[in-house]
Ligand binder design. Sequence first.
Ligand code: G6P
Length: 609
Amino acid sequence: MCGIIGYNGTSDVAPLLLDGLEKLEYRGYDSAGIAVLEDGQIDIVKSKGKISSLREKISKTHAPKGDIGIGHTRWATHGEPSDENAHPHYSASRRFAVVHNGIIENFATLKADLQKKGYVFHSDTDTEVVAMLLDENDNGNFFETVLKTVKMLQGSYALGILDANDPDTLIAVKRSSPLIVAVSPEGNYIASDITAVLNHTREMYKMNDGELAVIKPDGVTFFNEDGDPILKELQHVDWDVHAAEKGGYEHFMMKEIKEQPDALRKTLSPRITEDNKIKLDDIELTDEQIKGFDRIYIVGCGSAYHVGVVGKYVIEQLARIPVEVDIASEFRYRYPLVNEKTLTIIISQSGETADTLEALREAKRAGSRTLAIVNVVGSSIASEADDVLYTWAGPEISVATTKAYSTQLSLMYLLAIRFALAKGSITESYSQELLTELQTIPDKVEEIFKLEPQIERVAETYTYLHHAYFIGRNLDYAVALEASLKLKEISYIHSEAYAAGELKHGTISLIEPGTSVIALCCCERLVDKTVSNAKEVLARGAQVFAVANEGNESVGNICDHAIYLPKTNPLFQPSIEVVPLQLLGYYTAKARKCDIDKPRNLAKSVTVE
Ligand code: G6P
């Protein structure tokens, strides 16, 4: 989704903006641009395509000079990716320039009104309306003009605004789209997230909805939507700058796959005490409160939703509490049956996914207690949930998530054990056994990397594949959902996940000689049943790649390829099983020469619904 960077300080701004935009590339984008203010004029350069195209355009034309500016990577919503639709946008007088992330929902009405007044638009974007409104509302005072304009907007917006007549000031506004303000002795920044400016500073303010920031070269002031000054707390971010760089790997995705053992250790170890007890940070959830929940909802999008599917199996089995898992965009509009007796667990890597954030608000409105599993510290979901458990995965740059999924899963297990203990559905000694086993998962994940050459060979056979089907039962099915998503999102192969027992109810009609099926056979209790389903597709000519546990090598006798994974407690098997399937997606996409870290049409942080 769109990325914003802005700077007001003492350094040459254009290179700084371009570097920042490159750090935001992971969010997904299709065009980019910068605006620099100097000598009472705003100079905009923008281009469809990658930041390299923008750099090229700058080198062929001219490099804007100045020490205050804004930059943007656009992920098209209103209007196709093009130079005209790229941000920043000028106002009619060219006095103002605007970058925007979000959607102005009332833009059509506003645009029609402005057109009646004679404003001529040069793009199809909703953002240009904001620029024109600034001209319309201009009373000579930058701050007041912005305040008045923002009051007219409905929808979501993070805005960075320049005024040619006020060369000392950059203004930022936030509502329902992420924005931070970062500060350093050399100047101050706005950015969609801290990764854009980690090279320069780790000190940031997280902006809340309805807030406005006035950024000067030597200081920042915050205001509420009525224009009254407010005080905000400065936050220090610990993320290592190198963690947001590739560190010798060809792709972020591979780097992040390999970081999983460490990310799991960092996420688990602070939550398991030396005497093998769970300590969930500062969450004040008493046994009585847990016993009082008659239902748990788990809500997320994409892979976060898939973590919820695993969570349902594990929590229901261990804690015997009914669990419903929902896709955030469905949950928020379906009048969910949440109340003070439900716990809603919200899962999100970014903490900014628009639908997930709204689902959280919906659950809160209905009186549900909310607990968020989030990776990005200080993100909107983390700030608004009643309780937060952070996954200590570090920055995840590749659009396709790997280490965030794995660490979310590990917290889901801890929650399930905690709930089960409170409900008395497992004994203290079984809990200890589970926690001991859980702590072996990072090492077992590391062992999986030895299988890489084998997985790469299988992936090469998928180079020209059109369709793939993942099948599995129980937790294997939950993992199949994630494995299928991994394959399709980065390799563009059409792929589906099916509960193996459902095959005979329709899908088996798609199986013909040469169809590729990936059979997940790690759920010990149901291996024989899944193997039978694998035999059914083999009998119809399918090629089957099986993933099974060590000790079940007989599975390989019937399949074309098989790999065997270290065993763990069956409830934790997804943590191990997902890793070779992430590698399968990665190597297939590589064999097909796809843009692995930035797959077409996808965005890392989906901040519009
Ligand atoms: C995008 C990403 C997925 C992610 C989903 C939810 O689709 O590509 O990897 O699972 O958003 O994002 P969140 O930040 O809420 O986990």
